[in-house]
Design a binder for this molecule. Structure first.
Ligand code: SAM
Length: 340
């Protein structure tokens, strides 16, 4: 599927729940955890309701709650028929949804879907890594903004770094490789850890991806925490440019086993390389992360569903909103409600 600007749209990000077991300050804001780990040190996933009854998110007007497994499969089949080749499962936290492995297995089996990946905070990964691999997930992105236990609890307001590190080990053991670690750059919080994160790529074949803090949802009003991606290159000048992978610019240490990615949605527009559309957990297609436009496809089937997917692709804007001068996203939802 080509959009109006001749970009080939072949990537669908599917949020399977708005709920999250963490409450990262810049992501969900002050909302209570919807499906909380019992203090963050539990090995077992907290039971997550699928009806959205205790969700921190406001109820949507359609009142439909989360898409069912069958609805997600039907939409993905239609998208695959139209040319979607890559699917990323996200949320909220996808691993709080009890049928996450079944969702992955069913999507992986859809003809045309060549790559299935998942983004997680890693807390429940210890229990899920093997199941996800068996279900056809090829790689994971794990969100981790600090390598220090106390700071981890501070930014997530309830999580335990130990659980994430155990989850990462389980992912490696299960062969979910290469691991990608997403680090949101936060001035005054983790700028002193940039070097430590880059050092991980010297010793391990991981990709550490530094992401600029976007003024979206709970990220709005945090301009003082924003740190441009260039800061990574200033702190580690020996990083050498490797090329581009999607929206990330890649760098490497001369003797590094892994790579460093810079994702700069604020300081540099990467929209020309955007090949994705998003599906929210309540069945809305979003042509662009930062636009308010949503197309409700929940109760569409057959040709009407396909037509709505084409419409979403054709309504992708050329670029997302320009964030200079204090301008903010027009998204009208928090990141956990859209799917990062
Ligand atoms: N729970 C999963 C996780 O933690 O990876 C998936 C959902 S989370 C919304 C996806 C990603 O969005 C995380 O890496 C998170 O740090 C990032 N994110 C959330 N709010 C953001 C913001 N305002 N700017 C940049 N990244 C943000």
């Amino acid at each position: 599927m080509k959009d109006k600007f001749a970009r080939e749209i072949s990537y669908l990000r599917i949020s399977i729940t708005e709920k999250c077991n963490l409450r990262c300050t810049y992501c969900v804001g002050d909302a209570p955890a919807a499906a909380q780990a019992d203090g963050g040190d539990s090995a077992a996933p907290a039971p997550a309701q699928v009806d959205g009854g205790d969700s921190a998110a406001p109820a949507r007007s359609d009142g439909g709650g989360e898409l069912t497994l069958a609805e997600i499969v039907e939409i993905t089949e239609a998208a695959a028929e139209l040319g979607v080749r890559k699917v990323r499962i996200t949320g909220g936290e996808p691993l709080v949804r009890p049928d996450v492995a079944e969702i992955c297995e069913r999507l992986h089996a859809i003809p045309g879907i060549e790559e299935l990946t998942l983004t997680t905070n890693g807390i429940f990964l210890k229990d899920y890594a093997g199941k996800l691999k068996a279900a056809g997930v090829s790689r994971l992105n794990i969100s981790l903004d600090t390598l220090k236990e106390e700071k981890y609890r501070q930014i997530t307001r309830c999580g335990s770094l130990k659980d994430v590190l155990e989850g990462m080990k389980a992912a490696r053991d299960a062969g979910l490789l290469p691991l990608k670690i997403n680090v949101v750059l936060l001035k005054g919080f983790n700028d002193d850890e940039i070097v430590s994160f880059v050092e991980l790529t010297r010793r391990e074949p991981v990709e550490v991806r530094f992401i600029e803090l976007m003024p979206i949802g709970a990220g709005i009003g945090r301009a003082e925490q924003y740190l441009p991606g260039e800061e990574v290159l200033r702190k580690v000048p020996e990083l050498t440019r490797q090329g581009v992978s999607g929206v990330a610019c890649l760098y490497r240490l001369a003797d590094g086993l892994g790579q460093v990615g810079l994702i700069r949605p604020v300081s540099s527009h990467f929209c020309a390389a955007c090949n994705r559309i998003r599906l929210t957990s309540d069945g809305h297609l979003r042509p662009c992360l930062h636009s308010p436009e949503e197309i409700d496809i929940r109760y569409l089937h057959g040709e009407a569903l396909r037509e709505a997917i084409r419409e979403a692709v054709l309504s992708k804007p050329m670029e997302h909103v320009d964030f200079t001068g204090g301008k903010v996203s027009k998204a009208a939802r928090n990141m956990n409600q859209i799917g990062g």
